[in-house]
Every structure is written in C-alpha cells, then in structure tokens.
Ligand binder design. Sequence first.
Ligand code: T1G
Length: 712
Amino acid sequence: MPSPAQTEAVPSNPVQYARPNGGVWSQVGVITVDYPPVNAVGHGVRSGLLAALDDGLADDGADALVIVCAGRTFMAGADIREFGKPSAPPTLPEVVARLDAASKPVVAAIHGTALGGGLEVALACHVRVALKSAKLGLPEVKLGLLPGAGGTQRLPRLVGAAKALDMILSGDPVGAEEALALGLVDAVEDGTSPLEAGLRAAERLLAEGNVPQPVSARTDRIAGTDPGLFAAKRAELAKRQPHLFSPHRIVDAVEAAVTLPFAEGTARERELFLACMESPQRAGLIHAFFAEREVAKVPGLPADTPTRDIRKIGVIGAGTMGGGIAMCFANAGIPAVLVDTAQEGLDRGIAAIRRNYEATARKGRLTAAQVEERMALIHPTLSYADLADADLVVEAAFESMEVKQTIFRKLDETCKPGAILATNTSTLDVDAIAAATGRPQDVLGMHFFSPANVMRLLEVVRGAKTSDSVLATVMGLARRIGKVGVAVGVCYGFVGNRILHQRGRESMALVEEGASPEQVDRVLTEFGFPLGHFSMTDLAGIDVGWRIREERRKSGDPEAQAPNWLDTLAERGRYGQKTSAGVYRYEPGSRTPIPDPEVAAVIEEDRRRRGITPRTVSDEEVRERCLYVMVNEAAKILEEGIAARPVDIDTIWLHGYGFPSWRGGLLFWADREGLGRIAEAVQRYHRDIGGPQWRPSALLLQCAAEGRPIGC
Ligand code: T1G
C-alpha cells in the first residue's frame, strides 16, 4: 500500500513563530503549526516546534507563548507514516522536555482533535484552553502502542491514575467539557477561534501573574493512589484482551508514574514504548488504520466524480436488517421511510427500533430527547407511494430472487428518476436484480452486516451497469452514516461471505472427520477471533444459512449441498442464541456457549449416515484448514477483480467478521505467516481433500514462487 499521499500542499516549514505587533496581545508570541490534513507531528513539525520555541523564548517582547494549529484540528498525534522507519531527531520526547522547561508560560489552544503526541505537546504546556467542540485523547493503544512522549506520566498527574488508565486503555477521546471537569484543560471557550481563545488565556495568565507549575512537577492527583488499581487492571486485561501486548505495557507505564519520580517514570515509559514499537501487533494495527482510509478511494473512480444529494431515503422490509438500516440513516439525521407489507410487521419493526434506542439511552449514550428525535425521522408506511421522492431506497426483504425482483419492478415504477435503488442481499446476483428495472445504472448492492446499526462494514456491490456517480455517491454516504464502505464486484457471497463460506465448509468437514465444534472454535478464538465459527453461526442464526441452503436445494442448484448436521439442528428448531440452543446450549439471558451432548449425538449420527469413522484432528490441522482456505479464496477474489486490492479484503474481514485487528487483516497476516508455507499446504489439501475450495489460486502460487507479498 503506497504511503498515503499528502492531499494538501505542505508548507516547507510547517511551524511559524510570530507576535502580533501592537494591541492587547502584543506581549504574546504565537507558534502556529500548519501541516495538513491533521497537523500530524512528523519530523518537520517537531523540528519546527523547537525552532519556534527558541524564537519565542528569545523574543524579549514576548512574556508568554501560545501554541495553536491552522486547519481543522490541533495536532492529531505523531505522524503514523513515520513509524517503522528510522526516526530523525529531534524526537517528540525532546520537544516536550523543552516545552516543560520553558522559561516563559506556554498556552496550548486546542480545537478539533488533540490526540496522541498532539495532546502530549499540550500536556507539556503550562495551560490548556479548548474550544467547546474539541476532543482530547491518547488513542495509541489502537495502534498497538502507548503514549511515548510523556502522556503516561503527565495525564495521571492531571486527572488521577484511575481515569488516566481508563482513557489510555480505551484510547477514546473525551469532550472539552469533560476535560475541564477532569482538570485536563483549564478553560473552555465557544464561538471564537482557537487563536483568540489562546491569546485570551495568555492575557489572563499574565494579568494574574500566577503561572501554574509544569504538570511534570505536580503530584497531588497521584499521591495516595491505591496500588491495587494496577493489579486489578492487569487481571481485567488478561480476561478481556488476552492477546494484546500494549495494554499491559500501559498499566506498567502508569504504575511507574505513581511509583517513580518523573524522570525515572519517563525513562520507563520510553522503554515500554520501544517494546511496543517492536511488537508485530503495532504493524498490524497501523496497517488496519490506513487500510480503513485507503478503501474509501476506489481505484478507477476519480475523486471528483459527481455525486447525488441524499436527503431522504426509503427502506423496504421492517425486519431485523431493515430496522437496523433505517436507524443508521436516522442516526445521521437523514429521514427514512420504512415500508412493510403488513401493519403487524411494521409495528413489530418500529417497536424493535424503539427498544434498541431506549437500550442505548439506558447506557447513557443517548438522551431521551435524542431517542425521540431519531424515532421522528423514521416514517413507517404500507405504501410504496411514500417513496416517490426518496433519493435512495434500500431493499432489505427476504433472501429470495423472486421476491427481490418483484420489489425492484415496483420501485422502478414508483421512484423518481435519479433515485438510487440498492439491495441489501447478502448472496444473490445484483445484476439479475438490476435487470428487473429499466435503470440498472442506478442499481447496486449495499450489503449491511447484522446488527446493521452497530456493524461498521458496508460492502458496496458494484453491478455490471452501476454508474460511477451512483458508486461515488454511496461510497461517500457510507462515511456519512458512520460505515466503512468497501467497493466489491458481483459474485456469490461477494467478498466477505464468499470467504466465510469456505471457512464454514472446512469447519463442517473437520467436524465430520472427527473434530468437535468446540475444538474448531477454540482454535479460532486462540487465533484472535472474538467468536469461533460455530458460536458465530449460533449468533447469526442457524436458520439463516439453512433457509439459503434449502432455497438452493429447492432451485436444483448443482452447488447445493446435501443436508448436514447443522440442518438437522435447524429442523429441530435449534436456531442458535435466539432459541437458546443451536450448536451450543445457552442459559437464559447468557451468551456463553455451553457444549451440548445432544449436538454431539447429532454429529455422531451424521457421521454414521455418511459412513465416516472419526479420527483425531490436530489443532494445527484445524488452524491451517480454516485459515489457509480463506487466504486461497481471497487470492482468487483478487484474481477475478471482485476486490480491487488486498486492503479491501483485509478491511472487510476486520470490520465485518472480527478478524483480529492486531494481525492487520487476512492478507497482511498471510504474508507474515509465509506464503510459501500456505501455498505448500493448499496444494497438499488439494491433493488429499480435493474440492473447489482447495483448487490453488494461481496468484497465491505465483506470489509464493516469486517470494513477493500478496498483501499490502
Ligand atoms: N499520522 C499520519 N496521517 C494521519 C494521522 C496521523 N496521526 N491521522 C490522520 N492521518 C491522515 C489519514 O490517513 C488521512 O489521510 C487523513 O489524515 C485524514 O484522516 C508519540 C506514538 C484525526 C480523528 O492515532 O484518529 O501520537 O487518507 O480520514 O475522519 O505518543 O484521522 O486523506 O490520505 O481519518 O476526520 C496517535 C489518528 C498517533 C490519531 C481525523 N494519533 N487519526 O479523522 O480524517 S500515535 C492517532 C485519527 C502517537 C505518541 C504516539 C483520525 C482523526 P488520507 P481521516 P477524519
């Protein structure tokens, strides 16, 4: 993946020093950082900050200094693109140490997002003032790192060790008002520019003549910290994030802030930071960070492709998916008309949406007023006529070609010219659906993932006739409704489900041959998936796959498989979590899978019926067959152009199927696992097991033979 090109012109020296000549603020020197798009603290900004600080400290006319940023945000962290490359001095710790020791008071004027190294620069200033809309946080853990420029030592000194741990372990930002309440900032201003807010804070400082001591010298918020806090956090992390490296180092660093003098704590932080830098998880998480941004740029789709306004949308089908999809748009302030065939279905759908919002409100993430605002944006109806002026309609009806083509014919008659018609099908041929209309250029797939109002992934399925402007519009819309949109082509199961289908096939085969569902799931969760294949099937509902298989069997599809033990469970009404029994049993109200002897008996019976004598299957074989079959299928998807780039596949599995983000993504991981090893195993399974899933991908064999990566 090429390093993300700078979009905006980069000034030679991204940091300027100046002092307003004359007027009330003439005694205040201003250091302005201007390094679009997010003022990332790269080498240029670091050396620029030091030079500007020197200028300000040497400027006799300046009694105080303000650091402010141009553009949409304060410094949003170190320049991530520099990681893994030799770092040029000065380092960020050197910059913050100089700020900390500054002989004049320095004010940080914060707007947008002060994150990571950017917030660490602000923490080394004497005073922080923020605009009301600002957000402040240390998200390094999301990149497999920890704050490496004093954040783990200074934040606890301002907000206390417990809060600092929560903020650094979650990596989530806090708003300006909360930051003020925590003591993280000293003032919040609204309706002004960051520069003015900064200058006013400096003026107050000089007028009161009471310059706060550097944060590094403060101990009041860490004195008396309960030492048990750290042991408790370690125990919690061992349970909640057993695979992750940096969270444990974060606890070590914050503990050092409480137990060691500042200088020694800072040295300890550095050690721990460098250990995180060395961890392969850092590379994986940074790949995932940039992959999520890269997929928004569709190769061959010019950035200036004209797009259509989406002010009102429609959703066909008020079931689980339809309701979740309507919520996505209402959450983004876009009115949604929700259509169903029967009043009862509509009422059930609306009630489910309200229950969902009220649950979110009970968790404090929405106010009662916001719940009503969003409910008011969702208009239930039985009449297609209410869709006449919709700019986009998403069909989320039963997974049947016949049903969907009927709906698209009606939409074609009803919707205005230029309206975008989208289908939420997860497997069916989008081109065949589009062919039911007279406007296939306005049709595409918008494949949401369940629960649609939660899952961030959106597979945007480009049909053979889908126009550039329709694709560009929906890719932009994905971001607007908080989704990670990935453009894919038309084939059975698109990208995500097509790969999942192969993993499912191997998981089923492994169980038939002698493994247990628990063994398969354990190997996958030990690999880092939040759920194993069979517990995921229980979550999604065994009946969903069963109905699709029944549909294929009924339609005489040659690919349709003979009924298997999962179908037997479905026929017995064991649909999974929703019936508290599926591949596993579930206690009422619990999502913890409990192995069930009845299922073992069904599997045993299935083997007997197929004449299979079970054998011992090793964990290594489970791991290889479940993961390598996915890599092989992903390579075929690239060969066929169903996905344009490896990052598209990585992003789909990261945001739609729980692929462990610290492994970077399926193909990023495959390169680190070793393509030679994978290619050898794929060819071995092709020989020993056979089946289309093990037909080796030519691209995989070629990359392995040439020793070049398939990912990146
Ligand atoms: N470094 C380099 N590029 C960055 C960047 C960064 N820190 N942040 C964003 N970009 C690029 C991004 O790739 C995209 O590029 C463009 O900016 C716009 O971003 C020592 C070790 C700031 C909230 O983790 O969370 O400091 O695709 O599309 O939705 O302790 O970007 O246009 O070519 O995301 O408005 C810690 C990461 C670093 C913050 C803006 N900081 N950034 O979101 O825009 S580690 C972070 C974000 C650190 C120190 C440590 C978000 C944002 P392109 P975008 P956005």
